[in-house]
Write a protein that binds this ligand. Sequence first.
Ligand code: F6P
Length: 502
Amino acid sequence: MANAYTKRKLSSRYPVDLPAWKNLVKHHRVDMRDRKLHELFSYDKKRAGKFGLGSGDLFLDYSKNHLNNTTQKLLTQLATQADVPAAIEAMFAGDKINKTEGRSVLHVALRAKIADTVALETPGVPQVWEVLTKMESFVDAVHSGEIKGCTGEKLSDIVNIGIGGSDLGPVMASHALRPYWKEGMCFHSVSNVDGTQLDDLTKKLNPETTLFVVCSKTFTTLETMTNAKAARAWVIDRLDELAVQYHFVAASTNHEAMDEFGIRTDYRFGFWDWVGGRYSLWSAVGLSLALVIGMEAFKAMLSGGRRMDLHFRQAPMDENMPVLLALIGIWYNNFFDAQSQAILPYDNRLDRFPAYLQQLQMESSGKSVRMDGIPVRCDTGMVIWGEAGSNAQHSFMQLLHQGTRLVPVDFILSKTSASATAQCEAQAEALMDGTYEKGLQPYRVHAGNKPSNTIHFDKLTPDVLGQLIALYEHKVFVEGVIWGIDSFDQWGVELGKKLASP
Ligand code: F6P
């Protein structure tokens, strides 16, 4: 069913023409551009408590930003005027909101319960739970030893072969959930085309206990196919041709190509064209992760994603965490002209989270035409970068503290470690307050006034990780709706692929 968002004629509307955008331009110039963050705190003693929002296990502290009640009101109006509420419903209803590819966008169905009725009439959606059950039987059988390698050895080394969304998700989540790895199971990954990763890995692997999970939505991606064929040759060389049937499984939508590679039908795990690569961790692309952490933990991650989906779908715009995060991003991007944003997780297990978000945000928002092909009239995606704290403090944080550029930060803090918490809070405070001691040499002065969000939680569990990923997925979507771009295509990377293909 087409709603206000899907029926919208893009050509008649640019975000910069919306009344709220115009009011924000004025509000920025008159009230906020030269206002210091510490002034905002001294005007409003209750600020720290006021600009904070909880959802599930996550808490977003957005008090250290260049915003006040008026900013929040105008930003929320922007979301409403840009039809964000209708866009959210259009996504959950299965409308073809990925217009340039003519596809629905339904990664939310992968973590839904049947009772949530997420686009059940869309082909593939009713099969979501069948694939999950098939994954569960497979994972359990590998763990129990019922499914073995060709020589009867237990399979314990899981190697994910994929790239982009077919690599970053499983890799990021396997690092994040390291304490949940089943005893004896080990996760490895191969993505790059130069062959060195596989080369180094096979030196220490025993083919008899190794299971390769070839992850590729298309099953044609050059890097993945090159690595998968090299792994296949290694298995054949060390074992025999028949061993391929025991040591390779695949997650893909391309059955013909899986036939050709020799993946047996019961070792195939399907998904659908409405699952974008960078949104695919929740699908069979998560198989390598599930094999290492077990289905219970994998399902807890799905359940965390669903909790954020319910919040996103139900919460009003001004109490909606992904919407607020997106609006704050737009505020710095389009009104303060920030060109990049740093993601600094204070939990080393989230060391690959910045890389994961780089694909999610930059592949989704790196667009300069709108869905109807007309050039945008404002900047779109910022450059996303980052590193786990406190490593970041001892490398690039100097530029954030004393450089000339505005780099808004998202701190992601797991409160499990007291010293990480102290470090993270100290950085957010130093960025905001700086130092104003009298007589200080200019090179020692921290001007402060640098904004940040802090997203914190007590412990990084599978459920919390699911909430965190879904939070950023929806944030990216909201930004795209406001800019009028298609956040779910990636035509920009196709040319390079074509030029490199033999
Ligand atoms: O080239 C970019 C891209 O299409 C990503 O969007 C995707 O995650 C990655 O390549 C891998 O694609 P596939 O899963 O089809 O191998």
